[in-house]
Design a protein around this ligand. Structure first.
Ligand SMILES: Nc1ncnc2c1ncn2[C@@H]1O[C@H](COP(=O)(O)OP(=O)(O)O)[C@@H](O)[C@H]1O
Ligand SMILES: [Mg+2]
Length: 247
């Protein structure tokens, strides 16, 4: 399978992420761990790309570099044509807020805020009025099927529902890139699969890319392409149906 299998695109205009030879190590000297050893990866607008590989292969580190949360050591990385590593911290934070939505492994919802308020936070940070933030939060929570649970605290919601709030929050500012780290790991398989399906249905659009790190091979069927990572590198990228997807 070639890199471009099964996905129509224009690599000159549709590239959302372009990594070449990206390296990142943690620690120094003897204790240093090379988490990324030269990652090459392209992610295009309109696609859902799964990043798969065994625990410790570098998935979270790569998402953190792409998401401008962690500085790489070497190589090139462009996100929407810009290099987060070159930005001043303030600009980087703004870029992240405007352009990238995150769904973290443990959801990272604020425990004392309702579902509506959790989704409102990024909107308020982005300068929306309270009224506008509330309106948008309600709209997007409705889209993910939580229109009836706006006032619930995270602890009052099931794992699957909390994940829906996290997805709504990631989508709130309509970012061009959404990064999800192991979205199914805290959920049973069925809920996990529903979640990725929901992400695909609500999050996928022609000018947005979704990157989902997972070791759950059962969700391969929801992706357009699968990038296989091993030992700090992307080994290959194949069309999802070539990667042993369930129907
Ligand atoms: N903050 C850190 N400090 C030291 N080592 C780290 C840190 N984060 C990740 N690592 C190491 O980098 C490697 C890749 O980790 P990670 O990106 O979390 O992999 P994955 O998400 O695929 O499980 C692992 O060997 C891990 O132990
Ligand atoms: Mg991880």
């Amino acid at each position: 399978m070639t890199l471009d299998a099964g996905f129509e695109r224009n690599p000159h205009t549709d590239g959302i992420v372009r990594c070449r030879g990206v390296t990142k190590s943690f620690g120094a000297g003897e204790a240093s761990v090379a988490a990324l050893r030269g990652v090459d990866l392209d992610v295009y607008a309109g696609e859902l790309l799964l990043l798969v590989g065994p625990s410790g292969c570098g998935k979270t580190t790569l998402l953190s570099v792409i998401g401008a949360m962690l500085e790489r050591d070497g190589g090139e990385c462009a996100v929407m044509g810009r290099d987060p590593g070159e930005m001043q911290p303030r600009d980087r934070a703004r870029f992240r807020g405007e352009s990238i939505g995150f769904v973290f492994q443990g959801f990272n919802l604020l425990p004392t805020l309702t579902a509506e308020d959790n989704v409102s936070v990024p909107l308020l940070i982005g300068g929306a009025s309270r009224r506008r933030a509330r309106q948008r939060a309600r709209e997007i929570l409705g889209t993910v099927g939580l229109g009836e649970r706006l006032d619930a605290l995270p602890a009052e919601l099931s794992g699957g529902q909390q994940q829906r709030v996290a997805i709504a929050r990631a989508l709130a500012r309509d970012p061009r890139l959404i990064l999800c780290d192991e979205p199914t790991s805290n959920l049973d398989h069925e809920t996990g699969a529903e979640m990725v399906d929901l992400l695909r249905r609500t999050g996928r659009s022609a000018d947005r890319a979704l990157v989902v790190a997972t070791h759950d091979s059962r969700i391969f069927g929801f992706a357009d392409r699968v990038a296989r990572m091993e030992d700090g590198r992307v080994q290959d990228v194949v069309a999802a149906n070539a990667a042993g997807a369930p129907p």
